[in-house]
Design a protein around this ligand. Structure first.
Ligand SMILES: NC(=O)c1ccc[n+]([C@@H]2O[C@H](COP(=O)([O-])OP(=O)(O)OC[C@H]3O[C@@H](n4cnc5c(N)ncnc54)[C@H](O)[C@@H]3O)[C@@H](O)[C@H]2O)c1
Length: 275
C-alpha cells in the first residue's frame, strides 16, 4: 500500500489494548504502508487484547520484557528476520509506576517501586538503543520515538515518580540521539502527549478532573491518541530527516499556556464565593 511509510519496517513497543497510544500508532503506520512487528511483556499479551489485533492484521507479536537486555537482543534479531531487513523505525511506548497505581504519596514512595518505575519507563529506552547500536539493528536514517509527558519538565501534583522517569527518558533520548545520529544517522525524538484515557494514563486519582482542565487550558484542546499517532508517523517518515533530539508537543498547546480568560473568570468566581 502506498503511503509515507511505504516500504518501511517498524517495531512497536507498548500496545496492550485498543486504548493504548501504541495501538493507534500501529494502525496509522500500517495505513501509511509500513510492515510491523509488535511486542509487549508476556503478561500484557495475556491480559490485553493485542494478540487479537495482531492476528486480525497478520502482524507478528513477540513477547519481550523491555527491561531485559537478553530479551531485547533476541527480539531485535527476530524482528529483523520477520521483516526481512534492518528496522526503519521504533516506537517506545513503555511505562509503569506501581507507586502511582497504588496511590503512594511521592514523599512516601516505595524505593523498590521507584527503581522499577525508572527501569521500565526510562532505562528501557537506554537498553533498547544500546542493544540496537551494538547489533546495528536500526537502518541508516532510521527514526526512534519515545512517548513522554510535560510533568518531566514542570511540577505536576500527583504524577509521582513517573515525572522523574520521564525527565530521565527525555535525557536518554537526547544523549542517544547524539550518539546514534553521529554513528548511523538515526534520529531519536520524544513526543510529549496530552493526557489520554489508557491503562497507564488512568493511574492517577484525579485524572477525570485533569482531562477536563487540560482540555480547557489547551488552545486546541487535548490531543487524542490519533493525533499522537499522526505526529509519530510524521517523525518516522522521511519528511523529518533532520529532526532529532527534540521534544515535540502533541498537546494542543498546553505546555506553553499558563492563563486563559476563562480561568481568570473561574478564579474571580471562586474569590467572590469566598468573600
Ligand atoms: N495516556 C496518557 O495520558 C499519556 C500521556 C503522555 C505520555 N504517555 C506515555 O505513553 C506511553 C504509552 O502509554 P499508554 O498511555 O498508551 O498506556 P498503556 O498502558 O496502554 O501502555 C503502557 C505499556 O507499557 C507496557 N510495559 C510495561 N512494562 C513493560 C516492560 N517491562 N516491557 C515492555 N513493555 C512494558 C505495558 O504492557 C503497556 O502496554 C507511556 O510511555 C506513557 O507514559 C501516556
Amino acid at each position: 500500500m502506498a503511503g509515507i511509510l511505504s516500504g518501511k519496517r517498524g517495531i512497536i513497543f507498548g500496545a496492550v489494548d485498543e486504548r493504548s497510544l501504541a495501538w493507534h500508532v500501529a494502525l496509522r503506520c500500517a495505513e501509511e504502508g509500513a510492515s510491523l512487528v509488535l511486542t509487549n511483556t508476556s503478561a500484557a499479551i495475556q491480559l490485553g487484547t493485542i494478540s487479537e489485533l495482531a492476528g486480525a492484521k497478520g502482524w507478528e507479536l513477540i513477547a519481550c520484557d523491555a527491561t531485559n537486555v537478553d530479551d531485547l537482543r533476541a527480539f531485535l534479531s527476530r524482528a529483523q528476520e520477520i521483516l526481512g531487513g534492518k528496522i526503519d523505525f521504533v516506537l517506545h511506548a513503555v511505562a509503569q509506576s506501581t507507586n502511582l497505581r497504588r496511590h503512594k504519596k511521592y514523599e512516601q514512595a516505595s524505593y523498590n517501586y521507584f527503581q522499577q518505575t525508572i527501569d521500565i519507563s526510562a532505562l528501557s529506552l537506554h537498553k533498547l538503543l544500546s542493544v540496537a547500536l551494538e547489533t546495528d539493528a536500526i537502518a541508516e536514517h532510521g527514526s526512534v520515538v519515545a512517548l513522554s509527558y510535560i510533568a518531566s519538565e514542570r511540577y505536576f501534583y500527583g504524577y509521582n515518580d513517573m515525572a522523574d522517569a520521564k525527565a530521565m527518558l527525555e535525557s536518554i533520548a537526547r544523549q542517544m540521539g547524539a550518539l546514534y545520529g553521529r554513528k548511523r544517522g538515526v534520529r531519536v525524538n520524544i513526543v510529549s502527549q496530552s493526557p489520554t484515557p489508557t491503562r497507564a494514563g488512568g493511574g492517577w486519582k484525579e485524572i477525570e478532573f485533569f482531562y477536563r482542565y487540560s482540555d480547557h487550558l489547551s488552545p486546541l484542546g487535548n490531543a487524542n491518541a490519533d493525533d499522537c499517532a499522526g505526529v509519530c508517523v510524521a517523525l518516522f517518515s522521511d519528511l523529518m530527516q533532520r529532526v532529532t533530539m527534540q521534544t515535540i508537543y502533541s498537546d494542543g498547546g498546553f505546555a506553553h499556556t499558563i492563563l486563559t480568560p476563562e480561568l481568570v473568570d473561574d478564579y474571580r468566581r471562586i474569590e467572590r464565593v469566598n468573600e
